[in-house]
Each structure stands twice: as structure tokens, then as C-alpha cells.
Design a protein around this ligand. Structure first.
Ligand code: KG4
Ligand code: ZN
Length: 358
């Protein structure tokens, strides 16, 4: 058994986990997440220097809790330390990275740098109940507050981004529309709750780039359409139409994701489609994507709900596979990369893939 201590501080969660890896599943021994959401909610979004300060104040305690919950001894029961080194907020990333590097320097344990998005992908391996038998090539739909990406995966660590948002991420659109509706931060859970009482067909909001040739996304036009619809309503109407607006926005946002994912799965001959990222907690997305992929006969895996939003267990899962490939970095050589990407968008592959799609 290979045990990984994993550390994640790329945004507003101070998270440390201990996981135990095997090729077909990663067992979670502990998964501590100290959320700063209530602190940032006051500002309507994450404030980097406040996130940094909170990570610094909490990380020692979160570490002690994670080791305690796992029932292991540190460092003797641990084989490697995995840490998120990007993408994310620089002032936030640097706290987890410095903590991990300090532990590695002190103990001599190998250090594995993990891409946060690689972590989200590997949240799909975190399930003690089922073996993870996803067949390559895999297509990943990664949807979070900062990213909306379609990523092909030929093996662990072998990625190509074939589509990404040209402006806002889908989670960001949920957060912004929630603010317009006075729902607070984070907006995703609040919108989907309100949407349950609304009619998804009440407002025919645009589904930007749904039928474009590329696999890219755009969410700023949809967000603006919601803004204009609300601006044109009187106060009384606005109040009664809130649930309809939430449901119609959610319908447009999710339908584009599902439609493009199916098309990309065919174009890339994907054997399995994996969903991940904070927005993968969305019930409509989970249900509709599963249903359409079943109709197409394409295998599909979704992360357990508890691993959809940011956590360190997913960083441990990605770190486990990197460690098994020997992908470690000396503690004094790993530096943060706030703009890290899983792979460069190859225009030629993208074009030939979309030509085959029709
Ligand atoms: O992956 P994540 O925890 O953090 C980032 O790396 O960004 O994703 C957070 C995002 C937020 O934008 C939040 O509004 C969204 O995920 N989210 C949801 C839901 N739960 C969280 N969006 C739609 N429906 C949900 N149920
Ligand atoms: Zn995330």
C-alpha cells in the first residue's frame, strides 16, 4: 500500500488528506477541509490576501487533524507528500506549497507537485465501494469556479485540452447570476435549489457556442442575457420570476455542457467520460449527462458528491498516480504556477476532431 499525504490551498479551502492508493481505487483515510466560504461571502467572492492569511492561520491545525483522523504516524506511515502547485490564487497556493516543501525538507519524503485540475479528474478514483475501471481514452468534462474544460486523457498524466471557456467559467456564471438574484456566494448550490421551484422553459436564454464547430465554451453572453431580462422587469415581477430565471439559466448553462460533451466524446472516440469540478455537484448536470451518455452507449463515471468541490483527497489520488510513475520534484525545485494548464490547446487536433464530429 502506498500512502500519500496531500495538501491543497489553491483557493478558499485549506485542505489536507491522507489517502492509500491502489491501481483501481484510492481509499481515503482522512479528508479535512477547513472552508473559508463564510469569511469570503461577506465580499461576494474570494479575496486573495484574506485567503492567504486564513490558510496560514489554519494549516498546522488541519494537518494535525488529518494525521489524527487517518490513524497514522507521520512521517513513518507516509510514502510521499503531494501538493497543489497550480492553477489558483498565488497568495493562497504559496501557503500550502511552502508547508509541503517544509515537511519534505524535514522528513526527506518525496514531493509530488499536482495540478489542481488533475486532482479534480482523479476525484473519480475516490470511492471505496467500486473499482474504477475507466477505459482509456477518457474524455473529461471539468467544470468549476475557474475552469470549464474538455480534456482528453490517454493515461494518467497524459492530457490534451480540446476545449475551454473563452470568457467566464460555468461556475463563475452560476456565482454571478446568483448575485443578480440576491442569493449570495457561492451561487451554484443556491441557484440549483431555487431552480427546483421554477420553470426551465420560462425564459429562452441563449446557449452560447452550443453548435459552434469548436469545443470551446462561452458563458458571458448567457450571464448578460439574464442581467437584461432582470433589468426589464418591474420589482414585483422580478420577485415572482426569480425561480423561473434560475431554472431557465441553469437549463441553458447545463444543456450546452451536455451537448458539447457528447459531441466531443464521439469526435475523440472516448471510451469513458468523466465528470469533475465543483459544478459536478449540480444535480441536473449529473442526471442529464448520465442519461445522454447511456443513450449513446458511452461509459460514464461521476465523483461522489462529497468529493466534487475542492478537497485534498483528490490531490492525493492524482499524486498517487504521479508518484507511481516516479514524477517527484526535489523540495527546493518545486515552484508555484498560478496559470498552470493541463496541456496546450492543439488547434489542428481540435479542427480535425470537429470535422469528424458531423
Ligand atoms: O471546484 P470548485 O470547488 O472550486 C474551484 O476550483 O473553482 O468549484 C466551485 C464552483 C463555484 O463556482 C460554485 O458555485 C460551483 O462550483 N458549484 C455549483 C454547485 N455546487 C458548487 N454550481 C452549480 N450547481 C451546484 N450544485
Ligand atoms: Zn477546484
Amino acid at each position: 500500500m502506498t500512502r500519500i499525504l496531500a495538501i491543497e490551498t489553491s483557493c478558499d479551502e485549506t485542505a489536507i488528506a491522507v489517502v492509500e492508493g491502489a491501481p483501481d481505487r484510492v481509499r481515503v483515510l482522512s479528508n479535512v477541509v477547513s472552508s473559508q466560504i463564510s469569511i469570503h461571502a461577506e465580499w461576494g467572492g474570494v479575496v486573495p490576501h484574506i485567503a492567504s492569511r486564513e490558510h496560514a492561520a489554519n494549516i498546522e491545525h488541519v494537518f494535525a487533524q488529518a494525521i489524527h483522523d487517518a490513524g497514522v504516524s507521520f512521517p513513518s506511515d507516509i510514502d510521499a507528500i503531494a501538493v497543489t502547485y497550480g492553477p489558483g490564487l498565488g497568495p493562497a497556493l504559496v501557503i500550502g506549497l511552502t508547508f509541503a516543501k517544509t515537511l519534505a525538507a524535514e522528513t526527506g519524503l518525496p514531493l509530488v507537485g499536482v495540478d489542481h485540475m488533475d486532482g479534480h479528474i482523479h476525484s473519480n478514483w475516490l470511492d471505496a465501494e467500486r473499482p474504477m475501471d475507466a477505459v482509456f481514452p477518457i474524455l473529461n468534462l471539468i467544470v468549476s469556479g475557474g475552469h470549464t474544460e474538455l480534456v482528453t486523457m490517454r493515461d494518467h498524466g497524459d492530457y490534451e485540452v480540446i476545449g475551454e471557456t473563452q470568457d467566464d467559467a460555468v461556475g463563475e456564471a452560476f456565482d454571478k447570476v446568483a448575485r443578480m438574484l440576491g442569493l449570495g456566494y457561492p451561487g451554484g448550490p443556491a441557484i440549483s435549489k431555487l431552480a427546483q421551484e421554477g420553470n426551465p422553459l420560462a425564459f429562452p436564454f441563449p446557449q452560447p457556442m452550443r453548435d459552434s464547430n469548436s469545443f470551446h465554451f462561452s458563458y458571458s453572453g448567457l450571464k448578460t442575457a439574464v442581467l437584461y431580462a432582470l433589468r426589464d422587469m418591474g420589482d414585483a415581477l422580478k420577485e415572482s420570476a426569480r425561480a423561473d430565471v434560475a431554472a431557465s439559466f441553469q437549463e441553458a448553462a447545463i444543456e450546452v455542457l451536455v451537448h458539447k460533451t457528447i459531441r466531443a466524446a464521439h469526435a475523440t472516440n472516448a471510451k469513458t467520460v468523466l465528470l469533475s469540478g465543483g459544478v459536478s455537484a449540480n444535480k441536473l448536470l449529473r442526471e442529464r449527462l448520465a442519461q445522454r451518455l447511456a443513450e449513446e452507449g458511452i461509459a460514464h463515471v461521476q465523483p461522489l458528491m462529497k468529493y466534487t468541490t475542492d478537497n485534498a483527497a483528490m490531490i492525493g489520488a492524482a499524486g498517487y498516480f504521479k508518484f507511481m510513475k516516479g514524477a517527484t520534484t526535489p523540495w527546493d525545485a518545486l515552484s508555484m504556477q498560478p496559470n498552470l494548464t493541463l496541456g496546450e490547446t492543439a488547434q489542428d487536433t481540435l479542427q480535425s476532431a470537429s470535422t469528424h464530429a458531423s
